[in-house]
Design a protein around this ligand. Structure first.
Ligand code: MG
Length: 385
């Protein structure tokens, strides 16, 4: 592997208009926000990474403001001038900063991209190079689509119909108390056989166990993160009471969290968001644990632009990612995206991972600058609250 030396890094806080507002149990998402990192090497290679903090500390404690602060004051200085043989060296350079995984991920991803481009490898090839020989990428990700909370079951059915028509092979519905059992029943009546799962985004407590047991009759692929966003213990008490598999998302922030959750029996499926665990280095460690334990794995998303989406697709094309991922075609969220070409849904509910070097898509600088201007001038905070 040819190493890179980090010459310069520029950060772009962005606000992107969404094609359709996404309502989850934590509220409406009016804009997709984030920070795009543009890393330049001594050889003039440009690597791109995306950090996905939200406007407010709703997903985790990070925000665009905290991520900009941590990146510009601590993480960027730790990278500048460094010569790196592998992106897996980045976490130790960031070792003096505790937490702030979304911020770390954005910069580590830019290093992965720059190294892959320098060595004329696609990102999926570079990820596979860090795994045993039998873990060769498939070249595509199996994907599904996520549907937010709608005003009625009727409207939910219409959206499901539309998404199935577009070719999505797995439907995920966001739920919250009062919008769960009847929703699942209503959908199953019309679509008895679709691959369906529910995502609670931590909207319940262990006291709701009997209520949640009613979901067992709907043949769900899984229920995602029913209890506390940072809980593992109570999930381990709930899982034995349910036939439905629990998938953990928010509460698995590291390989160690996953080891604990497996030890306690708190999950049967993992939703890995590379951003949530601080980057692809930690994601590869988690991947290896999933292989070792035969734990079904899929890749979730934080509504990334094409920059983050391309890299997640590369990871999702690894063979142990064996359940449909929350990685949609570009037109699900953006028109236009920051990158070209867009990602399209292929047959069998698949999206191809890019094969060109690095992230394998081109960043449109005009659109990136427009998204950065939108962040600066559109008073996104006022629109949020
Ligand atoms: Mg989730």
């Amino acid at each position: 592997m040819k190493p890179i030396t980090v010459k310069a890094i520029k950060l772009y806080p962005i606000a992107m208009s969404l094609v359709e507002t996404l309502k989850t149990s934590s509220g409406d998402e009016p804009f997709k926000t984030g920070i795009i990192a543009r890393l330049e090497t001594d050889d003039g290679v440009i690597g791109w990474g995306e950090a996905s903090p939200e406007i407010a500390p709703g997903y985790n404690y990070e925000t665009v403001g905290t991520a900009l602060h941590i990146m510009s004051e601590f993480l960027v200085p730790a990278l500048l001038g460094k010569t790196l043989q592998s992106a897996t060296e980045v976490p130790s350079l960031f070792g003096r900063v505790r937490g702030h995984d979304l911020a770390k991920h954005g910069l580590e991803a830019a290093v992965w991209d720059a190294l892959a481009k320098t060595n004329a490898l696609s990102l999926m090839q570079l990820f596979a190079a860090h795994l045993p020989d039998n873990q060769q990428p498939r070249g595509y990700a199996n994907v599904g689509v996520s549907i937010g909370i709608k005003p009625s079951i009727e409207e939910t059915l219409q959206v499901i119909e539309k998404r199935l028509g577009q070719g999505y092979g797995r439907i995920k519905l966001k739920i919250e108390p009062g919008w769960d059992v009847e929703l699942a029943r209503g959908v199953r009546k019309v679509f008895p056989d679709i691959v369906m799962m529910l995502d609670a985004n931590s909207a319940y407590t262990l006291a709701n166990a009997d209520h949640l047991k009613q979901l067992d009759e709907f043949n769900l692929l899984m229920i995602e993160q029913p209890l506390g966003h940072d809980d593992i213990y109570e999930h381990s008490k709930l899982q034995p009471q349910l036939k439905t598999s629990i998938c953990l998302d928010e509460s698995i922030c590291s390989a160690n969290d996953l080891r604990l959750a497996l030890e306690l029996g708190a999950l049967r499926i993992l939703n890995l968001k590379p951003a949530r665990v601080g980057g692809y280095t930690e994601s590869l460690e988690i991947y290896k644990i999933c292989v070792e334990h035969n734990l079904p794995l899929w890749i979730g998303g934080l509504m990334e632009t094409g920059i983050g989406r391309a890299a997640n697709l590369a990871f999702a094309s690894l063979p142990a990612v064996n359940l449909p991922c929350d990685i949609s075609a570009t037109d699900r969220y953006y028109d236009p995206d920051l990158t070209e070409p867009p990602f399209y849904l292929g047959t069998k509910s698949r999206i191809s991972a890019p094969t060109s070097p690095g992230i394998g898509v081109e960043v449109n600088t005009n659109r990136l600058e427009a998204a950065a201007r939108r962040w600066t001038i559109e008073h996104v905070y006022e629109n949020y609250f």
